[in-house]
Design a protein around this ligand. Structure first.
Ligand SMILES: *[C@@H]1O[C@H](CO)[C@@H](O)[C@H](O)[C@H]1NC(C)=O
Ligand SMILES: *[C@@H]1O[C@H](CO)[C@@H](O)[C@H](O)[C@H]1NC(C)=O
Ligand SMILES: *[C@@H]1O[C@H](CO)[C@@H](O)[C@H](O)[C@H]1NC(C)=O
Ligand SMILES: *[C@@H]1O[C@H](CO)[C@@H](O)[C@H](O)[C@H]1NC(C)=O
Length: 489
């Protein structure tokens, strides 16, 4: 009797405690949204993008939880609202009907005992489920622990964390680096890939299976660094594309090799064959970078309408982010659609981006020393002779940093030169003529060559809209569109 009474009191106490924790969490969410609304007024607009997703205030890194749910795309991101540098991780949240017009939603996850590190989302009949890495501090080396958490939402806006967290407490080898779960469903089962490390510090990707997302069985290794392929493989993604399987990931610790691997960390993919019977991923084409620009990391994909879409962090670790003095830092690339052609992934701007076109600004050959002036958001279609050098100078109408886009027919490389740092260049084999599709936003350039065989994404801090000068010795045909705003102010 006494025992029963005691346990009843205990139940009451714990549920009161749970309710008050929940109430505190709900209050913290409301206070955070109020903070964001008021802080937004102080942001300097000079570098704010017009059609790239950026945090309303504060810091952003990896895109997370890219998914299609109830007819809408959801996109989350690593977010620290209180400063324009990295800090305890939240999940910011935007949604879109078409992958180009984005709406800001309330912050989806706030850190508690755990920081909410990167992860993914899965659309279910009864809501949207998030799976993410909970990073906690521990008092032994390396002073952090990474385990996998779940959070649920009925309405796709308000998320609550699963009380049984963590659902995946430990990597098979006990590695503390155990993060970035990407979950998907196949048949009646859930699968997840997670980035991790061997005990001698080589990157690897783990594959797990579950019938309910709460209890998981380790199946196999999808890949592992041989030592030259980096010490950690972050943000793995695994999907079928045009009859093959692709392991997309962001390895850390690759040494530069000629033109390749010049960023702080890289993002790329391995192509192969996979069987759900054996869980074996047989590599057929070794790691290749997926984008060749200065600022591209932590790419992630989702599938909808039979298409595979990719988005990435349009910044880089350990480089200056000049917008941080304005109260925010970091943004995401435009969404790209993927196809596998031979041994390469080609990336095209998402088709719907043409709905942002406002007016045609130019459709002509550009005359000697002619300078074209545009606004901050522009799409350029460029056509020139592949057998001659092409060089375009893009710079701010009010100063800031310029960028040169060059084609050298001798070495058949396309080059992005920001002037003040190392160039990025890559070999390209255009068909008959040199065709570029360039997307410029306030501080960014995304260059899609040909059909998307080669893509370079770099941040460029121009000021006051763009101007273009043909600095080559050949006629360059240019069509330019001004673009409407696609992301919230
Ligand atoms: C992390 O914490 C979980 C308990 O939540 C524990 O099972 C696991 O061993 C810890 N891992 C490391 C690397 O400390
Ligand atoms: C630009 O293109 C024209 C051909 O239309 C060419 O004659 C000229 O030299 C090029 N360069 C500059 C700097 O204008
Ligand atoms: C090359 O040209 C053909 C025909 O114009 C076109 O179908 C194909 O997509 C092009 N390939 C590339 C890689 O540009
Ligand atoms: C253009 O032609 C001039 C004169 O022939 C030459 O000095 C210059 O290097 C050429 N520029 C390019 C970009 O090919």
């Amino acid at each position: 009797m006494a025992l029963i009474r005691i346990s009843l009191i205990f139940v009451c106490l714990t549920s009161t405690y749970a309710t008050s924790v929940l109430r505190n969490y709900e209050n913290a969410k409301i206070e955070l949204e109020e903070y964001i609304e008021s802080k937004k007024q102080e942001i300097n607009q000079r570098y704010r993008p017009l059609y790239h997703v950026a945090p309303p205030v504060g810091w952003m890194n990896d895109p997370n939880g890219f998914s299609f749910h109830n007819g809408e795309f959801h996109l989350f991101y690593q977010f620290y609202p209180y400063d324009s540098v990295w800090g305890p991780m939240h999940w910011g949240h935007v949604s879109s009907p078409d992958l180009v017009n984005w709406k800001q939603l309330p912050t989806a996850l706030l850190p508690e005992q755990e920081q909410c590190f990167s992860g993914s989302a899965i659309s279910q009949e009864d809501g949207l489920t998030l799976m993410y890495t909970g990073r906690t501090a521990v008092d032994y080396e390396p002073y952090f622990n990474e385990t996998q958490y779940l959070a649920f939402s009925d309405d796709g806006i308000n998320f609550y964390k699963y009380e049984g967290n963590p659902v995946l407490p430990r990597a098979p080898n006990g590695s503390p680096d155990f993060r970035d779960p990407k979950v998907w469903k196949y048949g009646d089962n859930y699968y997840v890939v997670i980035g991790s490390q061997t005990s001698d510090k080589r990157g690897r990707v783990l594959l797990y299976k579950s019938s309910d997302m709460k209890s998981w069985d380790f199946l196999s290794l999808l890949g592992e660094s041989d030592g030259d392929m980096g010490y950690m493989w972050e943000c793995p993604d695994f999907f079928e594309l045009d009859g093959k399987f692709v392991l997309l990931m962001s390895p850390q610790g690759l040494q530069p090799q000629g033109d390749r691997y010049k960023n702080t960390h890289q993002t790329g993919y391995i192509i192969g064959d996979f069987s759900y019977d054996t869980n074996e991923f047989i590599h057929e084409v070794d790691f290749q970078e997926i984008d060749f620009g200065h600022d591209f990391y932590a790419a992630t994909t989702t599938e909808a309408n039979g298409k595979r879409y990719l988005i990435a962090w349009f910044s880089m670790w350990d480089v200056p982010h000049p917008e941080d003095s304005d109260g925010w830092a970091g943004m995401l690339t435009i969404v790209r659609e993927l196809r596998l052609v031979g041994t390469r992934i080609i990336m095209k701007p998402v088709e719907e981006i043409i709905t942002l076109r406002a007016e045609i600004l130019t459709d002509s050959d550009i005359e000697p020393n002619q300078i074209l002036e545009f606004g901050k958001a522009v799409e350029l279609m460029i056509d020139s002779d592949i057998n001659e050098e092409t060089e375009l100078l893009l710079e701010g109408r009010e100063g800031g940093d310029p960028v040169w886009v060059r084609w050298d027919p001798e070495i058949r490389k396309v080059v992005i030169d920001r002037g003040y740092d190392d160039i990025r260049q890559v070999e390209w084999s255009p068909n008959e003529s040199l065709k570029y599709r360039i997307f410029l936003d306030t501080t960014s350039l995304e260059l899609f060559c040909g059909e998307g065989e080669v893509v370079l994404s770099s941040r460029v801090y121009a000021l006051g809209g763009w101007k273009l000068t043909n600095v080559s010795n050949q006629t360059v045909r240019i069509k330019a569109y001004s673009l409407n705003r696609g992301t919230p102010e």
